[in-house]
Design a protein around this ligand. Structure first.
Ligand code: HEM
Length: 544
C-alpha cells in the first residue's frame, strides 16, 4: 500500500497543497492527543481569546507554509494552539476549527455555508440572475428538489444511467491495448453530463449535443468569471455584482436548456391532453423536468425558463463535482492495481449470486404454472438476458466498491475547506467567540486524518477500511465530512455516489489494467484539488 506521505519531489506550492498526509503526522498527532489531555482550551477558559498562528519568518502570511505541506502546517497549529486558531490566509484573517469542535460549525445556522460561498465566489449574483422566481438567501428549494424529486427515484434511473455510461465508454475508450488518454477528465465529464442530462431532462433532450455541452461548459464558464483569484473581498464582490448581476454566461446556458425543453414540454402536454380525452392514464415521463413541471406551484416557478434556471443550478452543483471525483477514482485504480482485481472479483460474485436468484425465481414461477415456458420470461422483469446487468441491486451489493469510494473521498478532501461565514458573534462551547463577518474553515486533517477520529492508520489509503462497517460512502458522520454535515449536508450525495459506483463498475468490468502515464506524478494526480485536473494521462487495457 502506498503511504500517503508528503514528498519533496513535488515542486510547486499548489502541488503541495494536494498531497495529503505529512511525514510528521505521527508526531503531530501524538502531540495533539497530549494537548487534548492537557485540555489547554477547555470550557473553563471562557474568556480565552482565539490564538493567532505565528507567521514564519520571511513570510507575509501563513499561505506559503500551508502550501508547502498543509498537513504538517495544520498539525503544528493544532499542537501549538489547540482546536481553534486564527490564520492569515487567502488574503484574509480566518478562523480554523478542528476535531471535536467541528460539529458546532455545521449545527449553528449563524455560521453559514452559502454566505461563505457567496463571499468567496459571488454565487448568489449568478443564482439570482438565472432564477426568475425570487427566493430569500436561506431558501431551500434546490435542496428540496434534490431530496424530494431526485433521490427517491434513483433506483429507477439506474438502467438509463448504465446505458449512457456504457455507450460513452465504448465510443470513447472502446476495446483497447495500452491506449493513452491524455485528458481522461473529458471522458468522465461526457459520462456524467450524459447521465445527469438523462436524469434531469429525459432521454430525448439528453441526445441534444448543445445540452450536453452546456451541462459540461456551464461550470467552467461560472468558474472563469468568478475566478480563483484572491482579491480583497470587497472588490471581488463589487466586481462580480456590477459586472455579472444582469448579464452573465450562465444565462446563455439557461436559454439553451429552455430551447431544448420547450418542444418536448409541448409534446408532453399534447400527449397528456390526448390521454385525458381518450380516458386513458397518461404515463408521466420519468425525469426531473417532469417532476418540476408537476410541482410548478409548490416551488413557485414563474415559467419554463425559471425551471431551466433551477436545473442549471443543479448542474453546477452536480456535474463537475461528480465527474471530477470519478476521474480521480480512476487514478486510484491505476495507482492501486490490486484494487481492480478485487473489485472485478466482487462484481462477478455479486452477478453470479443475482443470476442464481433470478434463475430460482423463474423456476418457482414455472413450477407454480404462473409462467408456462422459458420463453414466457422474454421482455419481463425476469428476462434471462438481463441476469448479469449491472442493476441497482447489483450496485447496492458491491460493498468493496462502496468502501473504495469512501476511502478515496476521505483521503483526498482538501485539508482546509467547507468555509462558513459568521452572521453574528458566535460563541463556541469552549467559550471562544467567532466575531461577526469572520470566515470559519474546517480543519479536515484533524477529522479525516486524525488518530482521534479514524479507526487505524488514518494516514494510509486502505481501500477496504469500511467493509463490514456501518459506514457507507453516503453516510455522513463526525469522521467523514466530504459531503458536509447537518441541515445543509449535500442532498446530492446519493446520486453522486450511485454514479461513481456505476462508473467504477463499468470501468472494472471492461478494463483489467489502468496505468498512470507519468508515474512520477502519481501523488499529485491522486490529490489534485477539485477543479484542477491531473496533469498526466491514463493508459487503459481491456479485459480479453
Ligand atoms: C462527489 C460529488 C459531490 C460532492 C463532493 C459534494 C459536496 C457538497 C458539500 C461539501 C456541500 C456543503 C454541505 C454543507 O454545507 O454541510 C454540498 C452541498 C450541496 N450539494 Fe453537493 N456534492 C456533490 C454532488 C452533488 C450532486 C450530484 C448534487 C445534485 C444532484 C448536489 C447538490 C448539492 C446542493 C443542492 C447543496 C446545498 C445544500 C444546502 O445548502 O442545503 N451535490 N455538496
Amino acid at each position: 500500500m502506498l503511504t500517503l506521505v508528503s514528498t519533496s519531489a513535488i515542486a510547486s506550492p499548489s502541488d503541495l497543497i494536494r498531497v495529503a498526509v505529512p511525514i510528521g503526522v505521527g508526531i503531530a498527532s501524538a502531540a495533539y492527543l497530549t494537548m487534548k489531555a492537557m485540555n489547554k482550551y477547555d470550557s473553563s477558559n471562557a474568556d480565552m481569546p482565539i490564538p493567532t498562528v505565528r507567521i514564519r519568518p520571511g513570510d507575509t502570511s501563513n499561505d506559503a507554509e500551508y502550501d508547502e505541506d498543509n498537513d504538517l502546517f495544520l498539525a503544528r497549529c493544532e499542537e501549538e494552539y489547540g482546536l481553534v486558531f486564527n490564520c492569515s490566509m487567502k488574503n484574509q484573517y480566518l478562523t480554523v476549527i478542528s476535531g471535536s469542535l467541528v460539529r458546532e460549525i455545521f449545527m449553528t445556522e449563524e455560521l453559514n455555508f452559502m454566505d461563505a460561498v457567496d463571499e468567496i465566489n459571488g454565487f448568489r449574483t449568478f443564482e439570482t440572475s438565472v432564477l426568475k422566481s425570487k427566493h430569500g438567501p436561506d431558501s431551500r428549494e434546490i435542496h428540496e428538489i434534490v431530496r424530494d424529486d431526485i433521490t427517491p427515484f434513483l433506483p429507477m434511473f439506474i438502467p438509463r444511467i448504465m446505458e449512457q455510461l456504457t455507450t460513452i465508454v465504448d465510443d470513447q475508450l472502446g476495446h483497447c491495448e495500452n491506449k493513452l488518454i491524455e485528458k481522461p477528465l473529458g471522458i468522465f465529464q461526457d459520462m456524467v453530463a450524459g447521465a445527469m442530462a438523462n436524469v434531469f431532462m429525459g432521454p430525448k433532450i439528453a441526445k441534444d449535443p448543445k445540452v450536453i455541452d452546456s451541462f459540461i461548459q456551464c461550470t467552467y464558464d461560472f468558474a472563469e468569471v468568478v475566478g480563483k483569484d484572491n482579491n480583497k473581498k470587497f472588490w471581488r464582490r463589487f466586481k462580480i455584482r456590477t459586472k455579472y448581476g444582469y448579464m452573465n454566461p450562465l444565462q446563455k446556458h439557461v436559454r439553451i436548456l429552455t430551447d431544448a425543453a420547450a418542444p418536448v414540454v409541448l409534446e408532453r402536454r399534447r400527449e397528456e391532453t390526448e390521454a385525458a380525452e381518450n380516458g386513458v392514464e397518461y404515463v408521466r415521463p420519468l425525469d426531473i423536468l417532469q417532476r418540476l413541471l408537476d410541482n410548478f406551484d409548490k416551488y413557485g416557478f414563474v415559467d419554463l425558463e425559471d425551471i431551466c434556471g433551477h436545473l442549471l443550478i443543479l448542474v453546477i452543483a452536480s456535474v463537475h463535482t461528480t465527474s471530477d471525483s470519478s476521474s480521480n477514482m480512476c487514478y486510484y485504480l491505476a495507482a492501486f492495481p490490486e484494487c481492480i482485481d478485487t473489485l472485478y472479483h466482487e462484481q462477478q460474485q455479486v452477478l453470479d449470486q443475482i443470476e442464481k436468484e433470478r434463475q430460482a425465481s423463474r423456476q418457482k414461477k414455472l413450477e407454480s404454472g404462473e409462467v408456462v415456458t422459458e420463453q414466457g420470461f422474454e421482455d419481463t422483469e425476469l428476462d434471462p438476458k438481463n441476469d448479469r446487468d449491472l442493476s441497482t441491486s447489483a450496485i447496492k451489493r458491491m460493498v468493496y466498491m462502496d468502501s473504495f469510494i469512501r476511502e478515496i473521498l476521505r483521503c483526498r478532501t482538501e485539508r482546509l475547506s467547507l468555509a462558513h461565514l459568521a452572521r453574528s458573534d458566535v460563541k463556541l462551547s469552549n467559550g471562544m467567540v467567532i466575531p461577526k463577518g469572520r470566515q470559519v474553515h474546517v480543519n479536515i486533517r484533524s477529522v479525516h486524518q486524525g488518530f482521534d477520529n479514524q479507526d487505524e492508520d488514518p494516514t494510509e489509503f486502505r481501500p477496504w477500511r469500511f467493509v463490514g462497517k456501518p459506514k457507507s460512502a453516503t453516510k455522513i458522520s463526525k469522521d467523514f465530512l466530504r459531503f458536509g454535515m447537518g441541515r445543509h449536508a449535500c442532498p446530492g450525495r446519493f446520486l453522486a455516489i450511485l454514479e461513481m459506483k456505476a462508473i467504477g463498475s463499468v470501468i472494472v468490468s471492461k478494463y483489467s489494467k489502468i496505468e498512470i502515464q507519468d508515474r512520477s506524478k502519481t501523488k499529485k494526480a491522486l490529490f489534485c484539488e477539485l477543479g484542477i485536473p491531473a496533469d498526466t494521462g491514463l493508459i487503459f487495457t481491456s479485459r480479453h
